[in-house]
Ligand binder design. Structure first.
Ligand SMILES: Nc1ncnc2c1ncn2[C@@H]1O[C@H](COP(=O)(O)OP(=O)(O)OP(=O)(O)O)[C@@H](O)[C@H]1O
Length: 288
């Protein structure tokens, strides 16, 4: 539960009164362009950053007050981590499995992220995408009730991404509540029940994945080409439009706007972020 959550750095507001609720067992995607405030929001929910205003509860607890018990019930995959490179995949997972009261089986977890054949390799010797899978394995090893996944599949090859999606569906079907941030709109469509779109720290939309942006934004588009160029009609009766076309038009297609089209239209309508990007980052907070 997030209510009016706000984070300011100096005079810059990077999260601006964001409110949403995620039901138990739900998978929720937080979407938005670079610098929108997704990681800052997630890190406030993880207890790693202190809000400037508003409130948050995760499993009924204010994340800043969450003790060991609370922390053992959440799983975190941060946006970037540098895992201890000298340990092997199995060693690091075995180590973390001991920390949690009801951990998953280490080898099953390694298999679930597709690293069985690399289990005895040092994490530092793995490729970037393979190291990311170790991060994901560490996020789920403790069988968390709430799992935070901040851009979990960046650097994954397409096959690994699909395997990861299946893993997350399995984790979700065990009843785990998941908060996912991603730049891959197809990933959000595949995994999430609901999504929030955030830009410039403000929540622009909040709805079920297949309703976000409203029905109008999903109006089918018929496209074709004729002697005077490319044509496009937005219509709720695409078949009727196609039947009315003469002959066999070139490049005929019927397109149903997907989340990505709707997202891009929403973001394009927003004023560009005039914030200072990486300028003057405050270092008071440690993200891990
Ligand atoms: N410690 C900090 N000090 C100052 N500004 C910060 C700090 N951390 C983040 N910011 C700024 O806050 C804004 C939001 O950053 P955040 O990392 O939450 O965005 P994001 O939506 O996760 O972006 P991305 O998709 O690139 O990961 C950015 O403009 C960033 O520069």
């Amino acid at each position: 539960m997030v209510d009016g959550l706000t984070k300011r750095y100096g005079d810059r507001t990077v999260v601006d009164g964001v409110s949403f609720e995620i039901g138990r067992g739900e998978t929720f995607a937080l979407l938005g362009p670079n610098g929108a405030g997704k990681s800052t929001t997630v890190e406030m929910l993880e207890g790693f950053r202190t809000p400037t205003g508003g409130s948050a509860r995760v499993l009924g607890v204010d994340p800043r007050q969450g003790g060991r018990d609370w922390r053992s019930r959440i799983g975190v995959v941060l946006q970037s981590t540098g895992q201890a490179g000298a340990l092997t995949v199995r060693e690091i997972l075995t180590h973390f499995a001991r920390v949690f009261p009801a951990s998953r089986d280490v080898d099953e977890t390694i298999a679930a992220v597709g690293l069985t054949e690399h289990a005895k390799r040092r994490v530092g010797k793995l490729s970037g995408g393979q190291q990311r899978r170790v991060d994901v394995a560490l996020g789920i090893i403790g069988r968390p009730e709430v799992l935070f996944l901040d851009e979990p599949t960046t650097g994954f090859d397409p096959q690994a991404r699909r395997r990861f999606w299946q893993l997350i569906r399995d984790v979700a079907s065990d009843g785990t509540t998941i908060l996912l941030t991603t730049h891959y709109l197809d990933e959000a469509e595949q995994l999430a029940d609901r999504a929030g779109i955030i830009a410039g720290g403000r929540l622009l939309a909040l709805d079920a994945i297949d309703r976000i942006g409203g029905a109008e934004a999903r109006t089918p588009i018929v496209r074709w080409a004729d002697a005077s160029g490319r044509q496009e009609v937005h219509t709720h009766e695409p078949a009727a439009v196609v039947r009315g076309l003469p002959g066999e038009p070139d490049e005929l297609e019927i397109v149903r706007p997907r989340l990505e089209d709707i997202y891009l239209a929403m973001i394009d309508a927003e004023p560009a972020d005039e914030g200072g990007g990486s300028a003057a980052r405050e270092t008071e907070e440690v993200a891990a």
